[in-house]
Every structure is written in C-alpha cells, then in structure tokens.
Design a protein around this ligand. Structure first.
Ligand SMILES: Cc1cc2nc3c(=O)[nH]c(=O)nc-3n(C[C@H](O)[C@H](O)[C@H](O)COP(=O)(O)OP(=O)(O)OC[C@H]3O[C@@H](n4cnc5c(N)ncnc54)[C@H](O)[C@@H]3O)c2cc1C
Length: 467
C-alpha cells in the first residue's frame, strides 16, 4: 500500500452507491392513508424481488414498497457483488430439520438454478449490473485450510453438486488463474457471478416502477399489526405484508431473533494493466479463502479489486452502523491481506465501508408466512444473501398466494433457529467467536498444521456453526 496516499473515502453507504450518486433513482416519502394488496417493508433485494414476483403472479395487484432510508441503503447496496449458489445456512441442519438429505439437496439445487434464473431475468428486463458468470475460486493459504476445502467439497458432492460444478485445484492450477503468492491450492465453483450491487438495486427498482409498483423512500414502518402498517406520517392497510429488513429486523421481528453482524469492504483505485498481468485474474472469477476469518473479493468491471472481510464483528445492543463508516484498523487489516496475496503490487484504497448481515442464532435463514396475520418474512441469510433474496422473495409471494412450487417445500421454509441470548451475553459470544477464529488462523499458519485448530472448532460450537 502507498503510505503517502490520501485517506480513502469512508462510509457514505459504500463505493457502489457513491459511484452512482448522479444516477440514483429517487422516490417520494409516504404520507397519508392508503390500502394495497401487498405491502413490502424494506427496499433491498428481498423486498424488490418480492414486489417483482407479486406483479408477475398477478399484474393487477397493487404493490407498494416502504423503505426507511433509500433503496439499497442496507446490505443490498453495499455487498461484495457475488451472486453465488451457496444456500443461507448449514445443509446438514436443514436436512435434520425435516425432509432429510433429499430436501437439503433440493435446497442446494434451487440455489444453483437461482444464479442462472437471476441472470436470465436481468437479461430479459435489460438490467445491466456488470453481471458476468465466471465462477468462484476459494484459496487455501494453509494445509489446514486445504483440508477444510477437501471436506467441504465432499459435502458439496453429497448435497448434489457435480464434479464439473465444484473441483479441487492444485497450487499451479490456482495460480494460473489468480497468482496469489500464499496459496496452497483451492476449490473452483462454477455457479457464481460477479456483479455491481448498486446497479442491481437500481435496475430492479426501475423495472418495478415500469411494472406499476409504488416505491416510497424515507418511509420507515414502525409497526405491522391487524393488517395495518403504521408509519410516522401515515397508515396503510394491506391484505399481505412482507417484512424484508434482514440485518435491520430488530424493530419488527424482535432483537433476539436475528442480529446485525458487520462486514467491511475496501475497493482499490483501478489497477494498471501491468499489475493485472502480474496478478493474472483476467477472468471475472470471484475470490474468497478458507481462513476462519475469511475474505471475499471481486475484480470489478472497471479494473479495481473490491475485497471484504470482518472488522468489528458486532455492536453492543444490535447497532447497525449508520452509513458504514469503518475503523482504520479494519481498513488496514483488509489492505494487509490484499498486499500479502499480491506482494509488490502498489494498491491505493479509494473507499472503505461496512454493512450488516442478518444472522440467526445458528446462522440458518428462513422464509415464513402466517396466513392468519397476513404477515411474512424472509431473513437470516448470514452473508449468502444475494441469491437467497431472490429465492426468498419469490417464495414469500408463492406462499402468500397459495401457489405450490419447488420452492414452497424447501427445508428453510418455516425453519426457526432458537433465540439469541440477551445482552451482554450475545456481544461477548460473537466477539469471543471472532477472537477464537483470528487466533486459530494465526495458529494454523505458524504451525503449518494439517488439521483445523481446536480453538476454531470451539468457536464454531459457540456460534452454533458446527454440523
Ligand atoms: C458488506 C457485505 C458484503 C456482502 N457480500 C455478499 C456477497 O458478495 N454475496 C452474497 O450473496 N451476499 C452478500 N452479503 C449479504 C447480502 O448483501 C444480503 O444478505 C442481502 O443484500 C440482503 O438483502 P435484503 O433485501 O434482505 O436486506 P437489505 O439489503 O439489508 O435491505 C433491508 C432494507 O430494509 C430497510 N428497513 C429496515 N427497517 C425498516 C423499516 N422499519 N421500515 C422500512 N424499511 C426498513 C433498510 O433501510 C434496508 O434498506 C453481504 C452483506 C454485506 C453487509
């Protein structure tokens, strides 16, 4: 990194949103009284997909989206830009929850199909979000990390992925795609596409407008009860309401059902062609690694690297971190990771930001529909949320309109994790887990051990992440 460089922009909802500041569609604030067939709380991908499929099921429905801030304010405008086939949770847990192995395989298949389904819709609707399906590479920097990838691939095959869809790469094969100096080998996943998060949000919002969906910004919903949404300056009656507020769900779904876990990103200035020749990465593969405190990255369409990781993991009392201002220590941590992957390449960080994921007590998401109250929710994606938002938003609509499909019987439909502990226990628990993961990474690196450290196993158990 260049020590003399100007400090990067920080927060401001992140680089993707800032880059499109003069192209952002804007929508009115809701005031007064209204009545709609479908009310949606939250203008991120889940809410927007739910609105899209409500209109697809029945174009004459009146559909309104109420967004507290601006569309894409949450994780949907700030994420790493991976459209991946990873389901939102542990496939073994979903298998145990009912339906067994076949049900979990069906979930995995829906997420594989979901990647192409989203890309097909973007093409059909003319949405250009820099999307490109180039797969994903997972790097192992330690022998223990490589061992975890072997185990992970075995599980992938068990849950229905094929050899063609996920395969191991040795060090040379990996470096021929992306020349990471520290890599021991890795995994390649076929079903993953890179995209520009804010372009996707705004493209969907424009499409919805042309379909007749009303979108309101600056319109926070304070409560939903008796088929009525109460806002600061108005009330709306709705036969069906979908709560799509992910990491911001505390107010409407309860602070102990889901917590906001922080994730942070940096983006570099565009790299010169010479640097790309050294790095390789001439395709649009997404990149992450098998560390316990993992990173995720993409090469952007305009030739930058966007890399994310975990900084401050959780704020006491479920704070959501406003516009995403990020501690310098986190920016340094992710920047050092990037430099260790590609030594000798001078990166300059242009922007750093953070956002929140919605995480349940066992890190498994769920889609819920209650016909009696007319309220549904799709949440808890824990960082695998882009395809989940599509599957979840679509499933909500199908459940609410009694359409039986391959999605309505998936094992995350109706799945509920137990509640999070009250504070200060949950703050202590999440921080302890990340601390253990950090120490475990250093331990595995220094020792060169081939097995996952006991500390990491204990951290996973603490978090409810174990099989
Ligand atoms: C830094 C980061 C990187 C990530 N990277 C990836 C990735 O590369 N791939 C991936 O698959 N997933 C990723 N995720 C996760 C993914 O982005 C999210 O799971 C997904 O965007 C969630 O979409 P959503 O619509 O459910 O929630 P959000 O996008 O969070 O939207 C919720 C919206 O609800 C609004 N809201 C909240 N309360 C109210 C209220 N009371 N009234 C009205 N509106 C309200 C909020 O303002 C917000 O706009 C990442 C997340 C983060 C934070």
């Amino acid at each position: 990194m260049n020590a003399l460089a100007a400090p990067p922009r920080n927060g401001e909802l992140g680089f993707w949103v800032a880059q499109l500041a003069d192209k952002r569609p804007s929508f009115p604030r809701f005031t007064g009284q209204d009545s709609v067939d479908v009310a949606i709380v939250g203008g991120g991908y889940t809410g927007l997909w739910a609105a899209y499929f409500a209109k697809k099921i029945e174009p004459s429905l009146s559909v309104a989206v109420f967004e507290a801030e601006q569309v894409g304010y949450g994780a949907s405008g700030r994420n790493g830009g991976w459209l991946s086939a990873m389901p939102p949770g542990n496939r073994a847990t979903f298998a145990r929850a009912g339906g067994g192995l076949e049900a979990s395989r069906a979930l995995q298949q829906e997420f594989v199909a979901g990647v192409d389904a989203v890309l097909d819709i973007l093409e059909a609707e003319g949405i250009d979000a820099d999307q490109y399906k180039g797969g994903a590479l997972v790097a192992a920097h330690t022998r223990a990390g490589l061992g975890r990838l072997v185990t992970r691939r075995d599980a992938d095959l068990k849950y229905g992925l094929t050899d063609d869809e996920v395969h191991m790469l040795d060090r040379d094969e990996f470096q021929s795609q992306i020349n990471i100096s520290t890599v021991h080998g890795g995994l390649f996943y076929k079903h993953c596409a890179r995209f520009h998060p804010a372009k996707l949000v705004y493209g969907l919002a424009d499409t919805l407008t042309s379909m007749g969906v009303r979108i309101y910004e600056g319109s926070r919903v304070d409560s939903v009860a008796d088929k009525t949404l109460t806002l600061a300056n108005g009330r709306v009656t709705a036969a069906r309401t979908f709560i799509c507020t992910e990491g911001y769900s505390g107010r409407l779904l309860g602070r102990r059902s889901l917590i906001p876990v922080n994730s942070s990103l940096i983006v570099t200035k565009p790299l010169p062609e010479k640097a790309w020749q050294q790095i390789g990465w001439d395709g649009p593969q997404c990149l992450n690694d098998s560390a316990h405190t993992f990173i995720y990255a993409q090469r952007t369409a305009d030739g930058r690297i966007a890399m994310g990781g975990r900084g401050v993991p959780y704020r006491f009392g479920s704070g959501t971190g406003g516009d995403g201002a990020t501690a310098q220590s986190t920016i340094d941590l992710i920047s050092q990771k990037l430099s260790s992957f590609f030594p000798g390449i001078p990166f300059e960080v242009e922007h750093a930001w953070s956002g929140v994921l919605g995480v349940t007590r066992d890190w498994n998401g769920g889609v819920h529909w209650d016909p009696a109250s007319g309220i549904g929710a799709s949440t808890g994606y824990a960082g695998h949320g882009v395809t989940s938002a599509y599957v979840g938003g679509r499933t909500l609509v199908e459940l609410a309109f009694e359409k039986e499909t391959e999605r309505t019987t998936l094992p995350w439909v109706g799945y509920r994790a137990r509640k999070w502990e009250p504070e200060p226990l949950r703050w202590l628990g999440v921080h302890a887990m990340y601390r253990l993961f950090g120490i475990a990474d250093q331990w595995e690196e220094r020792r060169g051990s081939s097995t996952t450290s006991l500390l990491a196993r204990f951290g996973s158990r603490l978090a409810g992440l174990h099989e």
